[in-house]
Design a protein around this ligand. Structure first.
Ligand SMILES: Cc1cc2nc3c(=O)[nH]c(=O)nc-3n(C[C@H](O)[C@H](O)[C@H](O)COP(=O)(O)OP(=O)(O)OC[C@H]3O[C@@H](n4cnc5c(N)ncnc54)[C@H](O)[C@@H]3O)c2cc1C
Length: 447
């Protein structure tokens, strides 16, 4: 029987396995060095914050794998031999495959900082990082201060985690304003304020020079490159981005760029080897998307797609319209379509912020055709299906504003903001857009 081997038991590898099982009787083995069974990486922070136990992050119970005839093997794959269709583990053991799926995810970036491997230095990616955090930062007596290096989505999560245990945190951000390579100025500044409001020692426009050690090899302090300032601390979180976890493939026949190079069918340059999830790099980016996308739902989509292809229904990976969501301490963030940090030549923007400084929307549209391009929402939740439809139907910004009530989750609570938003738009653009009443029929029939 055909043997499918999957390296990586994250969302992409496990989704591929589940869908291959749904569609076939093939033998399936999932290999991982991190944990015996799948867990939700995005929920790791809530374990440290005490909202969940680790087992709550595991949606499938142990019997699930046996019942579905999915073999689980713990071990680190050190080599892929595509000529003999085998993978090799660090202890020299080999496992044969007919089809191989590489789904090895990401690893936290380390830039060769002096002291980056000391006790108390960790990324925030793997379960082992969470265990290290529990060991070195269980409370503010053991960890008197932590320094988090790198201002992205994972960095701010780690800041929030430490803050939840009342551990003082210094947050070193290389950019002049938080995540301003992705967020427009206004949103980025809103998040700076949110960070400071939570008593985080935010340092903008600075880099880590080195991490200093005590006599026992534990973190003692860090030094800031620009100012030479030394900050005493017990824990350093390295969250300066992630990159595809593909170092073990360097000597293989596989084409590697930053990730494992794949075409639209997620095929690599080697027969019967596919790559999916965070570790896969598209030869050519799809639309305006990045060629590597380290997000949960794209990993799941790639897992579903590759399973179809392997089961005889060859299909292209089509991720649809871009969307993403996150939380910046207490402010929820969603984005649908594109609102780049810098306005492009063909674009016009509309920004509305609530006077409390914790809610805003930012609309992006084509200034000549008025076609809606994207929206950022902070502190206000909008419906994904609404914006997906609007983008597919290439609706105008005027349509979006007229139907803002349909886009919104909570009509009672946000009713006031909607009229305020539309009035502001009309005033700034000399238009006369009228807000339509919420239509459940429109929402559910997608009419
Ligand atoms: C703290 C945190 C919060 C996040 N929050 C969000 C969020 O809110 N929304 C969102 O969209 N995304 C979020 N992400 C990103 C998201 O979790 C990833 O995009 C997703 O988990 C990637 O899934 P994957 O299956 O490609 O890889 P992974 O989940 O990384 O799984 C790969 C597995 O393969 C194992 N492996 C790697 N190499 C080998 C080897 N050689 N041998 C054996 N095993 C190996 C790894 O140890 C790992 O277990 C977050 C990530 C982190 C770290």
């Amino acid at each position: 029987m055909e043997h499918i081997v999957i390296i990586g038991n994250g969302i992409s590898g496990v989704t591929a396995a589940r869908h291959i099982r749904k569609n076939s009787d093939k033998e399936i083995t999932i290999v991982s060095s991190e944990t015996d069974e799948f867990f939700s990486r995005t929920a790791l922070m809530y374990v440290y914050m005490g909202h969940l136990k680790f087992e709550h992050t595991q949606p499938y119970e142990s019997w699930f794998w046996k019942k579905n005839r999915i073999n689980l093997k713990k071990g680190y794959v050190s080599k892929v031999h595509s000529n003999s269709n085998e993978i090799e583990f660090t202890d020299g053991e080999k496992l044969s495959y007919d089809t191989l799926i590489i789904a090895t995810g990401s690893k936290p970036n380390k830039f060769g900082w002096p002291g980056q491997d000391l006790n108390g230095v960790m990324g925030m990616y793997h379960k082992q990082d969470l265990e290290a955090l529990e060991k070195y930062a269980p409370d503010n007596k053991t960890c008197k201060r932590a320094v988090v290096v790198g201002g992205g989505l994972i960095g701010i999560e780690l800041v929030e985690m430490l803050h939840s245990r009342n551990i003082p945190v210094t947050f070193l951000v290389r950019e002049q304003s938080f995540w301003n390579g992705v967020l427009p100025k206004a949103e980025s500044e809103m998040i700076n304020k949110e960070i400071i409001k939570n008593h985080i020692d935010l340092r903008l426009g600075v880099n880590l020079k080195e991490i200093k050690s005590d006599a026992l090899g534990n973190v003692q302090s860090i030094v800031i490159a620009e100012t030479g300032e030394e900050i005493e601390c017990n824990v350093v979180g390295l969250t300066a981005g992630v990159s595809p976890n593909v170092d073990f493939l360097k000597d293989s026949e596989l084409e590697i760029g930053r990730g494992v190079k794949v075409n639209r069918f997620l095929e690599t340059n080697q027969p019967n080897i596919y790559a999916i999830g965070d570790c896969a790099e598209q030869h050519e980016a799809i639309g305006s998307r990045r060629s590597i996308e380290a997000v949960w739902y794209t990993g799941r989509m790639m897992g579903e797609t590759v399973a179809q292809t392997i089961c005889g229904n060859k299909i292209e990976y089509k991720p649809g319209h871009w969307f993403n969501s996150a939380k910046f301490i207490d402010i929820e963030y969603q984005t649908y379509g594109w609102v780049w940090a810098q306005t492009k030549e063909n674009e016009a923007r509309f920004y509305w912020e609530h006077k409390d400084g914790t809610k805003c929307i930012h609309l992006n549209y084509d200034k000549s055709t008025r076609e809606f391009i994207g929206i950022n929402n902070f502190g206000i939740r909008m419906r994904h299906d609404f914006f997906d439809r609007v983008l597919t139907e290439k609706r105008s910004v005027d349509y979006v504003l007229e139907h803002l009530a349909d886009a919104n989750f909570d009509p009672e609570f946000y009713k006031l903001y909607e009229s305020e938003i539309v009035a502001k738009f009309n005033q700034e653009n000399n238009t006369n857009i009228q807000l339509k009443k919420k239509s459940w029929a429109r929402i559910f029939s997608r009419a």
